[in-house]
Design a protein around this ligand. Structure first.
Ligand code: GBH
Length: 466
């Protein structure tokens, strides 16, 4: 048996996102976002679910902060809804919206919990999408103004400012496969979105440096661990292509100061990248205090021979369009399992590999796990307890993977579990539950699952037996 001992200053936290928990979609001056529009469009989400009410956190936040405190967590990662604080995405700010987050931040500080705020977790003001959304450079400039407004208001009370959550999802799922809002299927728009999200990250990062000099700056990426089906040169090249689109399209400009040449060459049939202006890459490469890493599962690919029936296990969902722009020669293969309720392969070894590869590539870059967790079909026992052993097992193995990477020199400073509460799981609505606290969507009653008790004990001891 191995025991991982995490240091006293290792941060144990949990994460949520505004549209997934808040509800209050039309209250106190909030404007519509692309996710309101998308979820209200018939056929877009499972069961037609929307975030109109969600977990009603907009009204129940004091109770939810109580759960965070009772869990003994040192930090809470939440996101700010852009259309709640600046309804049209430009111009006037909505004081009632800012006040909501100001109370939330103060409430966390009063309870001894560090606020970790994400500026953008996918809910773009609809008005900006009507003007071409992230396919337009103008949206990056609007984002800078939005950042100045919220950092000006919340400033150094926020311990860590995270510009974006998973720009990969915003760009490729939003604009290429269309399984996320705004539901567009244009490869060229998706690559323009990649750049404008990167640019917005750099512009907003500089705002944080200026207006909240003592706060930490970060971004959260969902980095892909991509394995080749065989050792052939063709399969390794398939890995390289997907690595460029998935990982290096963001890591390149953010941490290396430039887009990788192979990405530009691979996608030349789709765009000439003329939306990258002189000086942009320099803007994007603002130094990060911490790089946020979200990890759930791994990816298996092989080169497609162009003849045999093509396998496609890349999470297209209901869409027939691929998120993988200009990569028709790559096949995504089903994984061996076991799987979570999302159908995602459970692969903790890949998590260690990912952290070790970041250690090798960016040895001086502190890391934070900003999301990790699992959806399972939880069963409520007649006595009301929720014995979610599979979730506990998933968490134990993945946190051990972090412990193992740390022992091998990966500079991981903390772990945020996804998620504090069951919530609106985007295209899957309320059907998939990631919470360690169950939400009864009829009564909004919160009940700790067994995993919440387990995580409370881990956060208190910092010791994980595996
Ligand atoms: C995160 O996204 C989000 O930040 C969060 O809001 C969300 O609730 C949570 O995770 C759970 O979904 O194509 O089959 O190989 C995760 C985004 C994107 C995870 C693609 C897994 C690949 C699965 N993900 N993905 S597959």
């Amino acid at each position: 048996m191995t025991e991982y001992v995490f240091p006293k200053d290792f941060v144990w936290g949990s994460a949520t996102a505004a549209y997934q928990i808040e509800g209050g979609a039309t209250e106190d001056g909030r404007g519509p976002s692309i996710w309101d529009t998308y979820s209200h469009t018939p056929g877009r989400t499972l069961n037609g679910d929307t975030g109109d009410v969600a977990a009603d956190h907009y009204h129940r936040w004091p109770e939810d902060l109580g759960h965070i405190k009772d869990l003994g967590l040192g930090a809470y990662r939440f996101s700010i809804s852009w259309p709640r604080v600046q309804p049209g995405g430009s111009g006037a700010f909505n004081q009632a919206g800012i006040d909501f987050y100001s109370r939330l931040v103060d409430g966390l500080l009063e309870r001894g919990v560090r606020p970790v705020a994400t500026m953008y977790h996918w809910d773009l003001p609809q008005e900006l999408e009507d003007a071409d959304g992230w396919a337009s450079r103008e949206t990056a400039l609007r984002f800078r103004d939005y950042a100045a407004g919220i950092v000006g208001a919340l400033g150094d009370r926020v311990h860590t400012w995270t510009t974006f959550n998973e720009p990969w999802c915003s760009a490729y799922l939003g604009y290429a496969s269309g399984v996320h809002a705004p539901g567009r299927t244009s490869p060229a728009a998706a690559l323009a979105a990649v750049h404008h999200l990167n640019l917005a990250h750099g512009l907003a990062g500089r705002v944080v440096r200026e207006l909240a000099p003592s706060a930490d700056l970060s971004v959260t990426l969902n980095l892909h661990v991509i394995r080749p089906a065989t050792d052939s040169a063709a399969d390794h090249d398939a890995v390289r292509r997907i690595d460029a689109l998935a990982n290096r399209a963001f890591l390149g400009p953010m941490l290396d100061g430039a887009y990788p040449a192979d990405l530009l060459a691979d996608t030349a049939s789709v765009t000439d990248w003329s939306f990258v202006h002189d000086g942009d890459e320099k803007q994007i490469a603002v130094p990060l205090d911490v790089l946020g890493v979200n990890y759930y599962s791994s990816t298996l690919v092989r080169a497609w021979d162009g003849v045999s029936e093509r396998s496609s296990a890349d999470g297209h969902g209901a869409s027939t369009a691929s998120p993988w722009v200009a990569a028709d020669n790559v096949e995504f293969l089903p994984q061996p399992g076991p799987y979570t309720a999302m159908g995602w392969n459970i692969d903790p070894e890949a998590f260690t590999e990912l952290l070790l590869s970041l250690r090798d590539r960016y040895p001086n870059q502190p890391l934070m796990i900003t999301e990790n967790g699992a959806a399972f079909d939880d069963v409520v026992s007649p006595d009301g307890t929720i014995q979610d052993d599979r979730r506990i097992d998933y968490l134990r193995r993945h946190i051990a993977a972090v412990g193992s990477a740390r022992e091998q020199g990966a500079d991981v400073r903390g772990y945020f579990l996804w998620s504090l509460l069951d919530n609106f799981e985007w295209g899957y609505g309320y059907d998939r539950r990631f919470g360690i606290i169950r939400v009864d969507y009829d009564t909004q009653v919160r009940t700790w699952k067994q995993s919440a008790h387990w995580y409370q004990a881990l956060a208190a001891s910092g010791r994980l037996a595996q």
